[in-house]
Design a protein. Structure first.
Length: 135
């Protein structure tokens, strides 16, 4: 029998390693989700993290009996993301540029919606590029 206690443990990819896939407004809720998941499954493995149809999407490898519990946490965080501006973290909702009936969707607050509609805001590698505010 090999002695597993001395074998190097591969570090699974977790939320902090991929958090810069989405905007700064969601970093706080991602950090919270990470700690909640760690409390339940310390070695949880992140499969995918990104933005889809304006909201946050997180996929974690399901781990036995904890699958339902982790799913509940993730669902709550995804729902929260759709009420949280991805640019700045203020209360927001899923909108399109200029509130057009179709087009790219993003969760934005009123202030960021105007700037984003005017193509003054974009998210690159987890940071907001462009003019962060008109103030
Ligand atoms: Zn905003």
């Amino acid at each position: 029998m090999p002695d597993h206690s001395t074998a190097p443990v591969p570090q699974p990819v977790q939320i902090p390693e991929r958090a810069d896939t989405v905007g700064p407004g969601w970093q706080e809720l991602l950090g919270r989700l990470h700690h909640q998941l760690r409390a339940m499954v310390p070695g949880y493995r992140l499969v995918d993290l990104g933005e889809k149809f304006g909201g946050l999407r997180v996929h974690v490898e399901s781990v036995g009996d904890d699958g339902d519990a982790t799913r509940t946490l993730i669902t709550a965080a995804e729902a929260e993301s759709m009420r949280t501006c991805e640019f700045c973290g203020a209360p927001g909702r899923v909108r399109t540029r200029e509130d057009a009936s179709r087009g790219w969707r993003k969760t934005v607050c009123d202030t960021c919606h105007g700037l984003w509609s005017a193509h003054h805001l974009m998210i690159v590698n987890g940071a907001v590029r462009g003019r962060p505010s008109e103030a």
